[in-house]
Design a protein. Sequence first.
Length: 435
Amino acid sequence: MSKKLVYVPMAADIIHPGHLNIIKESAKLGYVMVGLFSDKAIASYKRVPLMHYAQRKLIVESLKGVDEVVMQDEKDYSANLKKYKPDFLVHGSDWNVGPLNEERQKAISLMESWGGKVVEVEYTKGISSTELNKNLKELGILPQVRLGALKRFLSLKPIIRGIESHSGMSALIVEEASVKDENGVNQTFDFLWLSSLTDSSSKGKPDIEFVDLTSRIATVNDILEVSTKPIIYDGDTGSKIPHFAMMVKRLERLGISAVVIEDKIGLKKNSLCEGKAARHTQDSIENFCAKIQAGKNAQLTNDFMIIARIESLILEAGMDDAINRARSYIEAGADGVMIHSRKKDGQEILKFCELYNAFSNRKPLMVVPTNYPSLSEEDLKNAGVNIVVYANQLLRASYTAMKNTALSILTHKRALEADKHYVSALEIINLIEGN
Ligand code: SPV
Ligand code: MG
């Protein structure tokens, strides 16, 4: 090749004039090879891309000035730089702040080692893909796209995190919640958990399957209208087998990604109950497998997931029973397994993970660390957990805040003292679009 080789790494999920400017500048230097980040590479430092790799590739290949597109499968540029040894590496100047800074340092010294040059094209001001992404979100999300998002996230990340939502307001908070971690990587929640405990509790009802499907779906609808995140629905016991098949159809039609059903029968009680209230009856393996199969036969898409929740540790039926059930439920067609524990140290969960990881037909594993919050996401990921759910924290936090406020107003016979602990009425008004 007589022309100089110019390597241009990019995610190109939302193409904007900033990208075109970089390509234009690169083309002046030689043969433009775009190192297009794979979906996994993007998910590792910002968010799951809106478009799949193949779609992004198609677009970038058609851009004027691009000669070739190759895949960059990690956010670290080293592998491709070593492979192609380009004469130039061209990047937007904004990579020296944020999550790519470390990779930038590495890339610069690597390029130096064969006399290559790093060119930083000035970042196009006034354009940000984060801002464009926000506008896109406001267009809403189609049911099929939302439904498929959970499986997609699971295929791109070793562990995904979700949190409960029981109202439009709590879903809005989760939708907007985002922090930058110590590496500059944006941390957000991947999905919402439609908890039976928090949905029932926020209606002042016990968590015993009394709040019926119609009412639960009303909560789901409030959430769907203000959120773009995929949803995992807590289906309790799934009710009777024919009822479960109909529940699956209804959830799928709305764009819910997954349902979790637990292997209990009779009057369902919350798994964290203690003492007398903790007497629940576990379903037979045979009946529960038939329920899973009925659900799988009812679903219309390939993307909807049925996650089988095992209550053996809650009911003290033993680890062998838990593992035995996991095996049977997967054989019956479950797309994932949730293992639950009431113990405070998380040890039995870690033990379960160890045994479960040896399965050859292992499916995604979900846990709810309410009673063992000291285990971090890193600990859980290392143990092999794929889905972590913060199942009730937002409702518990709002209960404490509301109760303290009520007591403060009663104590002081005015709201002044309580006022400093919450947002102004104007902030709440401005938070909701349309006010
Ligand atoms: C829920 O959030 O409703 C759950 C999890 O089912 S737990 O409350 O821990 O049983
Ligand atoms: Mg529940």
